[in-house]
Design a binder for this molecule. Structure first.
Ligand code: AMP
Length: 415
């Protein structure tokens, strides 16, 4: 079922959202992006005349009640964003009466789902090496089903709008869907947008397609690089990965971040790119610093000739030009990971050059998807989030989707 085609009038809808928002030490929300992200779905349900049961996790309480991770702390912020009063259920598994009493237009926020180990479905307090682990895991799966059934019993219809946890097979993100008929379960608007954005870069590709992979390590990105290799025309590998490649090619990378056990992997990626006709773009020069801090001394040098005591911390001017040339003509762009230590203001030039080129290509009609952790922080830092086609909200989920993995949260609804 598509949410747009569903009339929630008189229905109770249980909606899985990702309200895992950052809080300060006094429990105040410091960034409400995730709450705002779910509003179109939540407001549609209320506007139709439905009632809302909102459920989410917050933090990693590991199956135990932890007041510091209570969703009660964000009740008022949710109410303000929704423009509606919000009731709170202090125990998510004992909210049947509150849910039953809900009238159209009313909202109930459930306490943190992860206060119950059943949400994640992993046995607690038992080591994987323990011979009893398998039994404990089986028992936990049964308990997880029961927990999901309890949540499902509160409502007539299930909506999943939590892309951030779509890669997890948890009670509220996947198992619960089994308790609803196909016409009574659906993705929310945010999820639909994320799924569409991933589809644009994995299936419905307009060429040329340029992927920009940055960040610190090649080892954490290898699954994505391999999947993209079959799809892209240009593959820019930047950030800390640069120095593993430079070293693999026989260069001296000084004190740069470098995975010496991944040199063969780097050479293999280069070979595969050649075989598949992918234009692999690697940085040739860098801004090196003599200490890992913003106000260190800097010099521009070849990535192959970084002096001892210096480390490559950003892309140099020649590299930026190479990146720009591979981005500007693109009609499909994926950007994951910064080109340098962008958290330090003196090392943002590489990431900024990429961001500017992505924005320009977008203006010229490209579809650009920015996502996965730090690249989002990066476009936000530059104030350019509104000038790319789509900024994904789901870090790990987006990366797994790009790796080509089926996301359980989506499969549970779409089959
Ligand atoms: P990731 O989580 O793998 O996407 O990595 C993001 C992190 O990579 C950011 O915190 C950047 O500061 C870091 N990073 C990017 N380039 C470099 C570099 N040349 N040296 C060290 N860290 C880097």
């Amino acid at each position: 079922m598509k949410i747009d085609n569903y009339n929630f009038a008189g229905k109770k809808a249980i909606v899985r959202v990702d309200f895992n928002v950052p809080l300060d030490e006094n429990g105040h929300v410091t960034d409400d992006t995730r709450i705002r992200g779910a509003l179109p779905t939540l407001k549609k349900i209320l506007a139709d005349g439905g009632s809302l049961i909102i459920m989410s996790h917050m933090g990693k309480p590991k199956g135990k009640v932890n007041p510091k991770m209570s969703l009660g702390q964000i009740k008022d912020v949710v109410a303000q964003a929704l423009g509606a009063e919000v009731q709170f259920a202090p125990d998510c598994a004992k909210a049947a009466d509150q849910a039953a009493a809900l009238q159209p237009g009313q909202v109930l926020l459930l306490e943190n789902l992860r206060f119950y180990p059943e949400e994640e479905g992993k046995p607690v307090g038992i080591d994987k090496a323990d011979p009893a682990y398998d039994e404990a895991k089986k028992a936990m799966k049964v308990a997880q089903k029961e927990f999901a059934k309890t949540l499902a019993s509160y409502a007539d219809v299930y909506v999943n709008d939590a892309f951030g946890t779509a890669h997890r097979k948890h009670a509220s993100t996947a198992v619960i869907a089994d308790f609803f008929q196909p016409e009574d379960k659906m993705l929310g608007y945010l999820m639909e947008k994320e799924v569409q954005a991933v589809d644009n870069i994995l299936s419905d590709i307009k060429r040329p397609f340029t992927a920009i992979m940055g960040g610190s390590k090649v080892s954490t990105k290898i699954g994505i690089i391999e999947n993209l290799m079959d799809k892209v025309d240009n593959l820019i590998l930047c950030g800390g990965m640069t120095y593993t490649f430079a070293k693999a090619m026989g260069g001296n990378v000084g004190d740069s971040i470098c995975e010496t056990d991944k040199l063969d992997l780097a050479l293999d990626i280069m070979k595969k790119a050649k075989e598949k006709g992918v234009n692999l773009v690697l940085g040739v020069d860098c801004v090196a610093g003599n200490a890992f801090k913003n106000d260190c001394d800097t010099q521009i040098c070849s990535v192959q000739e970084i002096p001892e005591g210096w480390e490559g911390m950003d892309a140099g001017p020649k590299s930026r030009e190479l990146f720009k040339n591979a981005i500007l003509p693109a009609k499909t762009i994926l950007w994951n990971g910064p080109a340098g230590v962008f958290e330090f203001d003196n090392f943002t030039a590489g990431s900024r050059a990429i961001a500017d080129a992505v924005v320009e290509a977008t203006k010229n009609g490209a579809f650009s998807l920015v996502g996965g952790g730090d690249s989002v922080a990066c476009v936000n830092k530059f104030g350019l989030a509104d000038e790319v086609s789509y900024v994904s909200t789901g870090g790990g989920a987006l990366l797994e989707a790009i790796e080509g993995k089926i996301l359980p949260g989506i499969a549970a609804i779409k089959g």
